[in-house]
Write a protein that binds this ligand. Sequence first.
Ligand code: BG6
Length: 513
Amino acid sequence: MVAEPRAAATNPLRDPRDRRLPRVPDPCALVVFGVTGDLARKKLIPAIYDLGNRGLLPPGFALLGFARRDWDHGDFEELAMEAAKAHCRTPWRPEAWQRISEAVRFVPGSFDDDEAFDTLAQTLIDLEASHGIGGNTAFYLSIPPAMFPVVLKQMERTGMADNHVSGGWRRVVVEKPFGHDLASSRELNHLVDSVFTAKDVFRIDHYLGKETIQNLLALRFANTLFEPIWNAHYVDSVQITMAEDVGIAGRAGFYDSAGAARDVLQNHLLQLLALTAMEEPVAFDADALRIEKSKVLDAISLPTDLDRYAIRGRYEQGWLAGERVHGYLDESGIPKTSTTESYAAVRLGVETRRWAGVPFYLRTGKRLPRRVTEIAVSFAKAPHLPFAVTDTTELGNNQLVIRVQPDEGVTLRFGSKVPGSAMEVRDVSMDFSYGAAFTEGSPEAYERLILDVLLGDATLFPRNEEVEASWRVVDPLEAFWAGKQPHAYRAGEWGPRAADDMLAADGRSWRRP
Ligand code: BG6
């Protein structure tokens, strides 16, 4: 029987709603809790400015800040303008800010202050009359998870979370970490879901907002070239790296209570793994993507020998970019008795027919030689080489490398003949670079994700089930590491020796990104 060609509408990336047409959200307000924090200043407010500058904010748009500061609207507007000016991606245009600044409001108060929340609720009602925001509001919780319960209770008490009371839509954006382990994330999810309907909860993993991560889906599902070899028959192993040269950057309190595995592995790295390994979704939408990613996360297996295949590290004093930097234990705010890791590497399996037997090596760390995130798919060696062994010594595995950042693009490594009379074969690279191929710049991850929240598009937001499945992977690692000292590495090195030994034990080595 000859297979029918598939209808275009079933192609996940051929969305009938043309995504090239810029869609502008309904009139609405965005309330930011934790507006004085780093995230709001460096990412959220600049992203709002960039959206406004690109004409992607609705005419009736209001920005509200809530914090324990003795400020009026003008003070906040000035701070927001400075933040936008300092960190915006698109050119600074005073007239673009001017339009946003007309509806910037600030509500002072602490999270347990009923009166402040009543004022916030009233401000939203007033903005409906003055700026036509139509009862639509997104609440961005850029606050420590310990504060969630009190803020959510306040929203419930004042009816602010209620779509029916407001007559428009109400959405909540939750920043990671989603809990500390499976039990606390369940509690948190339960709490959020008791105040907002599940479809109105947007959990941010900003890596999903990065262009290159979305390109991974295009690469896999819009082409025929890669999919036939995207499986255990052809793939030898996968390495996912997220390396940073920075240290803990003034976040000692949070970081020391989390560590690299909770901060990055549990969310960014496992999401990258899920997108790399998942089956084709039946549509490019939130439900279809969540189903496929969840299947992968549920199929992840941990190695039995954790001693060898789950490695943590902690940086010691060293040199980076010509500067001497402190060790982790000497960072301000870190207790000398800390056993928290700044580096984690682990070998995982995905127990499905497609991936059985293929190791996925994940690593992340602070104070590594440079900032780089990449997914490297290494293919099996050719089963037979008709060339002299001495002529192929510089031939490695074929590799497809998705460069997430910086220098966004894709590299394909394969063997090629060296010019000359001998049949010498050596690895070469073929490169696609975003910067060279496209003239338009990539939006910042937060720009894309905030716009999606306002549009109500949850495609790039992990669901509850994914968060819990990821904790099921990380909890046993944390239990294994508890009470042990991490291995040492010098700042400026690619992690501890034990991580190299882990790959050497499998006859492999880490890629030098
Ligand atoms: C955050 C982590 O989620 O991602 C930080 O909490 C990390 O520790 C940051 O520095 C890295 O993000 P990006 O986009 O700069 O790679």
